[in-house]
Design a protein around this ligand. Sequence first.
Ligand code: SAM
Length: 483
Amino acid sequence: MYDINSMKAEEFIDHDEIIETLDFADKNKNNRELIEQILDKAAPKKTGRGVECAGLSHREASVLLACDDPEIVDRIYALAKEIKEAFYGNRIVMFAPLYLSNYCVNQCVYCPYHLKNKEIPRKKLTQDEIRDEVIALQDMGHKRLAIECGEDPVNNPIEYVLDSIRTIYSVKHKNGAIRRVNVNIAATSVENFRKLKEAEIGTYILFQETYHKESYEKLHPAGPKHDYAYHTEAMDRAMEGGIDDVGLGVLFGLEMYRYEFAGILMHAEHLEAVHGVGPHTISVPRVKHASDIDPGVFDNGIDDDTFAKIIACIRIAVPYTGMIISTRESESCREKVLGLGISQISGGSRTSVGGYAGYSPTERPHDTEQFDVSDQRTLDEVVCWLMKTGYIPSFCTACYRAGRTGDRFMSLCKIGQILNCCHPNALMTLQEYLCDYAQPETKKLGEALIAKEINNVPNEKTRKIAMDYLKQIREGGKRDFRF
Ligand code: SAM
């Protein structure tokens, strides 16, 4: 029985509720009156204090996703764009993955790190190697990392992950610093989540892969990840352990996308209902080719148009949740979805263990890669492209360092302080990047962009302070200002 407040996976992600939702969506996909009501409910509303959005339930959002009337689809895209601009503006936060170890005891059939894959060498970085990787990432300009690790209690125990986080935060190389470490490791215990919180992680990210229990069990035939309930209930344990920024995701291609879409929104609704805070981010990976993995064997691959529509509908349904797209996607695909709701992207990524240190920007080790990278540009190329495309690349990590985690980003939106806070923070961190790492063309474009965009900070006092900080970064060698 569906129960949003239940702590049991099969009750808050109730299969029958999803099937009924899909049926309801099919029956109503041409119900103009209902669709108008849904679009109206989701539209941003100006209040005395700022702009607010109501979001949508999984049922309402599923109706939008099912609708294929071209005029309505255009309106879905326009609304997603409007919401994106209201809360995220033209800022795009940058990050990179750091693979620590590909030892894994699971048998996920889509992942090259599965236990039975003898084609790949197994590698686990030492703390010295992690230091080298972090220096290489800092030299690119990164400030925010997502650490990735296979599940292996012997080779990758929680102590190893905690040591690695400490190492990453401790590296201070030239003007570089990693200021936020997000963690993408297997589902774990409340006690371990508490330890991760104490280690000052940013977001705990765990992809559900699929919400369809029966498929989940087939796709994870053995190993600890086989346990659907333990995996699905991980975010509740993370929150019990004090982590209030959690990142959801499904691996599109494994199951029917409409099922996953309803499932991920039900998961978000459950977290909000039980913990008072929804997910900080939603990621939208698609299955890619990798060693021993042929994405063609999965029947549920989605094309770029469907992918864009999913992103737009997620944006509308959960307006305060950030959305992440990785280098699994090509430049053209990323460009298409940036305007529809994506707020964070990775750049210059290596998906292999030890893929950064010792390699030139164009050299790419493939032996331990988790999946093929489609967008193979350097971070500087991505930064330059974002600016040419009309976006502000942001290396901001301020929110979590200022304690604005959990539902406090939503409060920032609701009181209309985004432009006085996120905007100058984005510009100041971009200024640091331009001073320390940018190529000449990027630097020239960036300086002009900052000079123009600083005028969009509405509060005069804040604008003046931000301009002074920018000058101190440029001329005084100062770093790490934030609002
Ligand atoms: N071991 C942890 C876990 O099980 O959640 C960490 C996750 S893994 C390093 C990161 C994510 O990569 C997985 O959750 C999965 O969704 C994704 N992934 C695995 N194989 C992939 C493939 N062939 N193509 C695209 N993404 C893949």
